[in-house]
Write a protein that binds this ligand. Structure first.
Ligand code: PRX
Length: 634
């Protein structure tokens, strides 16, 4: 596709973009100082970056003021948030003034419960306005929000509550998924009851999404709505140092325990504003719809912070893509005249299956920019989305980034970077990717290697909660001098990047990161299982699916499959349920006792030969046995 085929006018020309890239490389300090002025500071930072102290380190600001108060004069009556509920006729429009008022009330409720600066507040909600409101309310009083994905099991929630030390939890009576009801409050109750001494939750605030009643613990739980009604709509914002944590967000890595990624305030917000502005070509009047749940980083940066910092309008949709009928998402785009639509390759694959005629029934002419994130997108899905949803008229941004990066890192910029289907294309101005060989040496030109980043950028996570050395060990030490992303990538002759997937033991299921070790740790809690290995294999719909090899302790009990699934779904969540479980007598091991995942992956993918030299294995004979076993289950 060439740039000239876009009928839209985008703000940046290729020449503007080149100038940004050149300036950012030549004078980074000046470049970021200027970008820092996107925000309103109560204490202006004297410098953009200091290696020891971080980004905009001596600046102070408040995130909610930047998202709300400073827009009130010019945009008070403009919609900040449009909520489309599960039921079609139910729409809530909150102007900047109205959202500001709700955030202030919520902030006062939290303060009245004793939430102080630096306290953690857990948010476990479906896609309802109270999610963004609670996040911004925390930010207003200097509390740290910890959003917990609705699909987590009670165990997974309990672990995160204990690790974060959250003092208040905000939840809902239920969530709605089509006709189904998701028991949010009951799940949280179960989490709190699991290890009562390990968490610090003193209060639970409950949003009533429906009329459904739930059990309330008299000393601990309160319905949120009456508290908001009684609270003042006046709330003095807390000025926070730029590097004070704004939020924690748990994500999976190669170690078993999910890590609480800590994002700071000033740097993160600059990054959210900069990337939202550049990558989505933000313009006045845009309606921005990011389909990601606020439980993930995408929901934080582009479902809340980025668009609000830039005075945009966010659409929040409670429902599912195909309820009550296929085409619901397209209906939402048509009804709300969405201009910018940011979603995942997994969703696109599912929507493609519904057939082209479904999408053709809707008027999607409001769309100007389409985006995807979270996993590699195939050329087929890219083209389908571009042609059938975008009508070949829209800019398409395949954005590569991660929880730890805070915002988009590699992506086309509309109007400025020529797209290539299924490539994340070029780093944003100021970002310097490198591809390393196994020894950690940067490779030049068109090549493939481990994707690392040179230098820092404002959105980079500042730490791992309670474990700064783990941050160093995970991201900075594997390839000294570089930030290690965990991904592999290819660079073509035009300098374009093509992400090839994780090079560590992280499995990406429908864009959700799950650590192999997380699944193996869960399986280790099942007494009849001696050992296990979890790997990712290609999956038509989910991108990757999980395959688990399980070695039983003695004679395998008949219900071992069920026990294994239960161990995983109860410890991690239903989204981590495996596609296949192979019950095997042993796993291929090196002489030092490490599982050889490369072989397990090949065998699970149905390969029967080409395993290379097996003589270095401690038990080479197991390979043939596993191949036969896996083949017999096909
Ligand atoms: O493997 C990459 C993949 O998702 C990982 C980050 O996952 P998470 O922290 O959950 O954040 C997801 C949303 C930002 C990356 O390490 N990934 C993300 N975007 C892409 C991608 N893989 C290929 N193409 C992308 N555009």
């Amino acid at each position: 596709m060439s740039l000239s085929s876009h009928p839209h006018t985008f703000r940046l020309s290729p020449a503007d973009y080149n100038a940004l890239t050149t300036n950012a490389a030549a004078q980074p300090e000046l470049y970021w100082e200027r970008e820092g002025r996107r925000l309103t500071w109560t204490a202006e930072p004297s410098a953009a970056y200091c290696k020891e102290k971080g980004w905009f380190a001596d600046g102070a600001l408040n995130a909610s003021v930047n998202c709300l108060d400073r827009h009130l004069e010019k945009r008070g009556n403009q919609n900040a948030l449009i909520w489309q509920a599960e039921d079609t006729g139910n729409v809530l429009r909150l102007t900047y003034k109205a959202l500001h008022e709700r955030v202030c009330r919520m902030a006062n409720v939290l303060r009245s419960l004793g939430v102080k600066i630096g306290d953690r507040v857990a948010i476990h909600l479906p896609s309802v306005p109270e999610g963004p409101i609670a996040m911004l309310a925390c930010a207003r009083i200097g509390a740290i929000h910890v959003v917990l994905f609705g699909g987590f099991s009670p165990e997974a929630i309990a672990d995160r509550l204990a690790d974060s030390g959250a003092v208040v939890a905000v939840t809902a009576n239920v969530g709605r998924r089509g006709a189904k009801r998701i028991p949010f409050k009951t799940t949280l109750d179960a989490a709190l009851a699991l290890h009562p001494d390990a968490h610090s939750i003193r209060h639970v605030l409950v949003v009533s999404v429906t009329e459904d009643d739930v059990s309330m613990d008299a000393g601990r739980d309160q319905w949120l709505s009456p508290l908001l009604d009684a609270a003042s709509s006046d709330c003095t914002p807390q000025h926070m140092p730029s590097c004070a944590p704004l939020f924690l967000l748990y994500t999976s890595g190669s170690t078993g325990k999910p890590k609480g990624i800590v994002h700071g305030t000033g740097g993160y917000l600059v990054w959210a504003s900069y990337t939202h502005d550049l990558v989505f070509d933000h313009q006045d009047g845009d309606i921005f719809w990011c389909t990601a749940d606020i439980g993930w980083i995408t929901g934080h940066t582009y479902g809340v912070y980025g668009p609000l910092l830039n005075g945009g309008t966010v659409l929040l949709f409670e429902g599912m893509p195909s309820h009550p009928s296929p085409g619901r998402w397209w209906n939402v785009i048509q009804d709300h005249k969405v201009t910018t639509f940011y979603t995942s390759p997994t969703a696109i694959r599912a929507l493609m299956r519904e057939g082209d005629d479904v999408v053709q029934r809707y008027d999607l002419s409001s769309l100007r920019v389409l985006g995807t994130v979270g996993e590699p997108i195939s050329q087929e899905a890219w083209s389908w989305f571009n042609n059938h949803v975008g009508g070949g008229r829209c800019a398409f941004v395949d954005t590569w980034w991660q929880t730890e990066s805070g915002g988009i890192m590699i992506s086309p910029v509309p109007g400025a970077v020529t797209e290539k289907p299924a490539s994340a294309t070029l780093p944003l101005p100021g970002i310097h990717p490198v591809l390393l060989d196994e020894q950690g040496v940067p490779k030049a030109g068109a090549t493939e290697g481990v994707l690392c980043l040179r230098g820092s950028w404002p959105g980079r996570a500042i730490s791992i909660w309670k474990d700064a050395t783990l941050f160093e060990r995970t991201y900075l030490q594997p390839y000294p001098g570089f930030y290690f992303t965990g991904d592999g990538a290819r660079r073509d002759e035009d300098g374009y990047y093509w992400i090839t997937g994780r090079v560590d033991d992280v499995i990406n299921v429908s864009g959700h990161r799950i650590g192999s070790a997380e699944i193996e740790d869960a399986l280790a809690t099942e007494p009849t299982i001696a050992e296990s290995a979890a790997i990712g294999v290609p999956h038509d719909l989910k991108g990757q699916g999980i395959v688990v090899y399980v070695v039983p302790r003695a004679e395998a009990p008949e219900d071992l499959h069920i026990r294994a699934v239960k161990a995983i779904t109860s410890k991690v969540g239903r989204y981590a349920a495996p596609e296949h479980i192979h019950i095997v007598p042993d796993l291929p091991k090196t002489r030092s006792g490490k599982n050889v995942r490369r072989l397990l992956r090949k065998i699970a993918c149905g390969e029967t030969e080409g395993f290379g030299d097996l003589s270095t294995l401690a038990n080479p004979e197991i390979v043939v046995a596993l191949v036969e076993l896996v083949q017999s289950t096909k």
